[in-house]
Design a protein around this ligand. Structure first.
Ligand code: B12
Length: 357
């Protein structure tokens, strides 16, 4: 049975319609004032909100929803600069009130109580952000870190002036200048991508610029493959993939590349791998390690279910989890029968070297 009583797309659509209607009723003048584009966004945000709330309830982790509320409030503040902060705050709170009212008949009393607690914590978070303000704070960096940050900034500048040719050479030049592959990946490329995410979030670059940077960077790192694939094999195999509809695949790709560089036979299955396809590949390849990546918290439940499936079809394989979605729930993997969670590839490789003989 589904968590919400509704199971069909039509019914979900209808629930979102009710939520939107409720919000317009609660906020006189909003319907007339809101541009058509913003109306569409608001509807989409109800869909998103429901999906995050469902994940939070399924996993009994309020933080998943609270982080989403925070993210949305900050994102909308950057997006809707034509609305005052007071109005924005009021509308966001009304949004969650509408959500709560309309969910009452859709959830069991126990789930509704949990959902209501998530929503109330989310509203408190909005009030706190309104009072205290927010901004993305650059980490103070010194020494080697500072050098890496400068390198990342230089690469971003190249990408933003659309110099594809120079970008393609950039990581190769770093390698030829003496920087090791793990540092290029984890200290430069990772930093670049996260910074690009911030620039998109703050509306300083467009969606197209963000996509261009991702595509270019994926190709530019492949210039290093001549050395990544040159390590003699160590006899171990690992499979890496992203869970369900997860599209963020660069992190997992970097992990499999670094395992390849450490001598592993690494199979990167990318994003959107059907469950049966992964199970089939595991049975066929008999890997020592499977690494599952989740960036968007809505896919955490699928990850949990996937681990269950893998445990019954390949009981001896080691299973690692990681990715941005775990940052809010860093201990949840312990309840799932996974073997390890680390925040980056270096930690996982060290763990694998110790625990897989
Ligand atoms: C590029 C990008 C995309 C690309 C991805 C393309 C691709 N081929 O990968 C596209 C355009 C598809 C995309 C789409 C979306 N994105 Co996006 N995206 C990003 C961005 C800018 C960079 C991601 C990245 O490559 N990071 C660099 C890698 C190296 O880091 P990483 O993934 O964290 O991986 C490292 C570790 O986490 C760890 N790790 C990862 N996996 C694993 C697994 C194991 C086993 C282990 C041990 C460790 C581990 O090791 C890796 C290497 O160190 C991020 C910004 C950010 N902060 O990351 C936003 C970001 C993740 N996206 C975001 C959003 C909102 C979206 C969209 C919803 C946007 C939209 N409205 O459509 C969609 C959702 C798509 C979906 N269904 O999944 C938000 C998420 C916010 C949130 N609330 O959770 C972010 C944070 C942007 C932001 N600042 O708000 N995105």
């Amino acid at each position: 049975m589904s968590l919400f009583y509704i199971d069909e797309a039509d019914e979900l659509n209808e629930l979102v319609q009710r939520m939107s209607k409720r919000q317009y009723e609660q906020s006189p003048g909003l319907y007339e004032d809101l541009p058509e584009r913003a109306k569409k966004f608001m509807k989409r945000d109800f869909f998103y909100g429901i999906s995050y709330l469902k994940s939070a309830i399924d996993l009994k982790q309020e933080q998943i929803f609270v982080s989403y509320v925070r993210w949305t409030y900050e994102y909308l503040t950057y997006l809707m600069t034509y609305v005052s902060r007071e109005q924005m705050t009021e509308q966001c709170i009304e949004f969650y009130v509408a959500m709560s009212v309309c969910l009452k008949d859709e959830l069991s009393p126990e789930n509704y109580e949990f959902a209501e607690s998530c929503i109330q914590r989310g509203i408190q978070e909005i009030k706190r952000l309104y009072k205290e303000g927010f901004q993305i704070v650059e980490e103070e960096s010194q020494g080697q870190k500072k050098k890496y940050n400068q390198i990342a900034a230089e690469y971003i500048a190249i990408v933003l002036r659309k110099d594809s040719k120079e970008a393609m050479q950039y990581f190769l030049n770093l390698y030829q200048g003496g920087m090791n592959i793990a540092d290029i990946y984890l200290e430069v490329v990772q930093k670049v991508m996260r910074k690009i995410g911030e620039l998109w979030f703050e509306k300083k670059i467009s969606v197209a610029q963000e996509h261009y940077c991702t595509a270019l960077t994926q190709t530019a790192i492949s210039q290093l493959y001549f050395t990544i694939f040159s390590t003699p094999p160590n006899g171990h195999t690992m499979i890496g993939c992203c869970i369900g509809g997860e599209l963020h695949e660069l992190g997992m790709r970097m992990i499999t590349d670094l395992f390849t560089y450490a001598g592993w036979n690494s199979l990167f299955l990318g994003a959107g791998v059907p469950e049966e396809a992964l199970i089939h590949t595991v049975k066929e390849q008999k890997p020592d390690l499977i690494a599952l990546s989740v960036t968007m918290p809505q896919h955490l439940v699928l990850c949990k279910n996937m681990i269950k499936e893998l445990r019954s079809s390949a009981p001896d394989v080691k299973i690692a989890v990681g990715g941005r979605a775990f940052e809010d729930v860093p201990d949840i993997w312990r309840e799932w029968d996974a073997d390890i969670y680390t925040t980056d590839a270096r930690g996982l490789i060290q763990w694998a070297q110790k625990n897989i003989s």
